[in-house]
Design a binder for this molecule. Structure first.
Ligand code: C2E
Ligand code: CA
Ligand code: CA
Length: 546
């Protein structure tokens, strides 16, 4: 009666074969097996993971009861159990009586408590305690490699205003939405936590260079700044980010968090809506790039950029056959800024597309005013091939200016062909089909693989100025120039030498049979007005000779 009517599930097992001899009604109700089935099973077949018996020798009954067992019910669900056992005689056979206390709920509650102690209740993100643990692990990891850990402390700009004007309910929803966007911007292995009301901390592992943290900061700022739709309100919020990197800005989690916090304060006071590095030197570099980006955006919009043109001269006749458009940026405070400084920033930020389009349009417009036998060359960045509308851009520039396609030359570098992308080749062929000429720029500086020359029929190869510079002193340079020229002759391609500065270089190039030259010896890049008079003078001179 005590067994059958007991409200606690009980199972009687044979001591030897651990076969189940009897189960009570409570056990049948709890496990969901029918009696006949149940009494054919063994105790081990109920156990989800453990291989040993719950009455293993040598353990006190307290120890035994403190342990949690996992059993499988008939419907496949798992339950947590504490098991009390007592040996007794069943008829004349020694047997083990088990009382099974279901502690699944208690375990769940404990897990909830443990979770709450380590997480923020509003967003469910880790709190400072857990973050510190995660950071310590990541830092431990980097000690054995050259990777760094970056800490990005993000503060929402004007969060208080959202709370005050739209109410705390919407404020809370906004914080949850921000947490969600942040999580989806990060990789699985990056840690994310909420440390203060409107501050989130991101810990990025596997960082090689500060630029990796910059890219992430940009991605985060972009993701956060998209509008949020909350209870019918469209809410826009900006954010600032402070960045600290191990080991320079701190070797332990405490110091790194402090450094990132200081960087955040500076980001908030200097430039809202952007990021700031802790380290002064890195910071100066990132900020100067950032300043270039801001000013460049403005210059592109307000016609602050203009093409200058540098002549390409036919070495046998001495005539100008074309001019290369080179972008010039007279900065109001800094004077002329070199393209070497801002083209990389433009490429990094995507501004290369509006810049490239502007240059192409302006160059075609200007060239349309030049004599009909003079071409214009325009540089293209590989990134312009990625946007997909390059063909339309070129067609447009030609149509608007009325410049015949044969008078436009596009200069690309071999990095474009590195990927051997079929889309790039298709665009190159389509451009050439328009009648536009294609030049391979800076030849000799990259991989200079002949396969690039075979993969696309270029009209011109421009020998990089470093070879021209070496011509007098280095016989190897002369041999290289000679072979590129003979390659050009073989392929029916015009060979142009860049950066010709001296008469000695010029006569050497002439002797090697190089077709064209460009460089300070002939002329620097000049504004269009000067180009027009230069070309007029050339025409007068030709007419006089004739
Ligand atoms: P690049 O296409 O190789 O242009 C030739 C560079 O060599 C120009 O520098 C030119 O001023 C310089 N140069 C010409 N002759 C001589 C010489 O005799 N001696 C020396 N030392 N230098 C000479 P710049 O204008 O500073 O342009 C630098 C680079 O910026 C260009 O190299 C090109 O890659 C890029 N760039 C310029 N304008 C544009 C543009 O509109 N779009 C794109 N995507 N890139 C551009
Ligand atoms: Ca060029
Ligand atoms: Ca070049």
């Amino acid at each position: 009666l005590l067994f059958d009517g007991n409200p606690v599930p009980m199972i009687l097992c044979a001591l030897d074969g651990e076969r189940i001899l009897a189960v009570n009604d409570a056990a049948i109700a709890h496990y969901g097996y029918v009696r006949a089935e149940f009494e054919k099973m063994t105790i081990k077949s109920l156990q989800a993971f453990d291989a040993e018996l719950p009455w293993a020798a040598g353990r006190s009954s307290d120890e035994q009861a403190a342990r949690t067992w996992k059993h499988v019910r008939a419907d496949g669900t798992l339950i947590d159990l504490a098991i009390y056992s007592r040996q007794l005689m069943h008829g004349d056979q020694p047997a083990m009586l088990l009382a099974l206390m279901d502690i699944t709920e208690r375990k769940r509650a404990e897990a909830r408590l443990a979770f709450m102690a380590q997480h923020d209740s509003l967003t469910g993100l880790p709190n400072r305690n857990l973050l510190r643990q995660q950071m310590d692990e990541m830092l431990q990891h980097t000690r054995r490699s050259t990777d760094k850990v970056a800490v990005l402390m993000l503060g929402l700009d004007n969060f208080k205003a959202v709370n005050e004007t739209l109410g705390h309910g919407i404020g809370d929803k906004l914080l949850r939405a921000v947490a969600k966007r942040l999580r989806s911007t990060l990789r699985e292995e990056d840690a994310l936590a909420r440390l203060n009301s409107d501050e989130f901390t991101i810990v990025q592992g596997g960082v090689m260079r500060p630029e990796d943290a910059v890219l992430l900061a940009r991605r985060i700022l972009d993701a956060i700044s998209e509008p949020y739709l909350l209870e019918g309100h469209s809410v826009v919020i900006g954010a600032s980010i402070g960045i600290a990197m191990s080991p320079g800005d701190g070797e332990d989690s405490e110091k790194l968090l402090k450094s990132a916090d200081m960087a955040l304060s500076r980001a908030k006071s200097d430039f809202r809506g952007t990021f700031s590095f802790f380290e002064a030197e890195m910071d100066a570099r990132a900020q100067s790039r950032r300043k270039i980006e801001i000013d460049l955006r403005d210059a592109i919009q307000n016609e602050g950029l203009q093409p200058y043109y540098q002549p390409l001269v036919d070495l046998s006749s001495g005539r100008i056959t074309g001019l290369e458009a080179l972008v010039r940026w007279p900065h109001p405070e800094r004077g002329m800024i070199s393209p070497g400084e801002f083209i990389p920033v433009a490429e990094e930020t995507g501004l290369i597309n509006p810049l490239g389009s502007l240059m192409l349009h302006r160059a075609c417009m200007d060239a349309a005013q030049w004599p009909d036998d003079v071409r214009v060359a325009v540089n293209l960045s590989p990134l312009q091939f990625r946007t997909g509308n390059l063909l339309a851009l070129v067609t447009d520039a030609l149509r608007q200016s009325g410049l015949p396609a044969r008078r436009l030359e596009l200069e690309i570098t071999e990095t474009l062909l590195l990927e051997k992308s079929s889309q790039v080749l298709a665009t190159l062929h389509a451009l050439r089909a328009l009648g536009v000429r294609m030049s391979m720029d800076d030849f000799g500086t990259g991989y200079s693989s002949l396969s690039y020359l075979r993969s696309f029929p270029f009209d011109k190869i421009k020998i990089d100025q470093s070879f021209v510079r070496d011509l007098g002193a280095n016989p190897d340079a002369q041999a290289i120039v000679r072979s590129i020229v003979s390659l050009g002759v073989g392929l029916g391609v015009t060979i142009t030498a860049e950066g010709v500065e001296t008469e000695a270089e010029l006569s050497c190039l002439r002797a090697e049979g190089c077709h064209e030259g460009q460089g300070f010896l002939f002329s620097r890049a000049r504004p269009n007005a000067e180009v027009i008079s230069l070309l007029k003078a050339q025409r007068v001179a030709t007419a006089l000779v004739a």
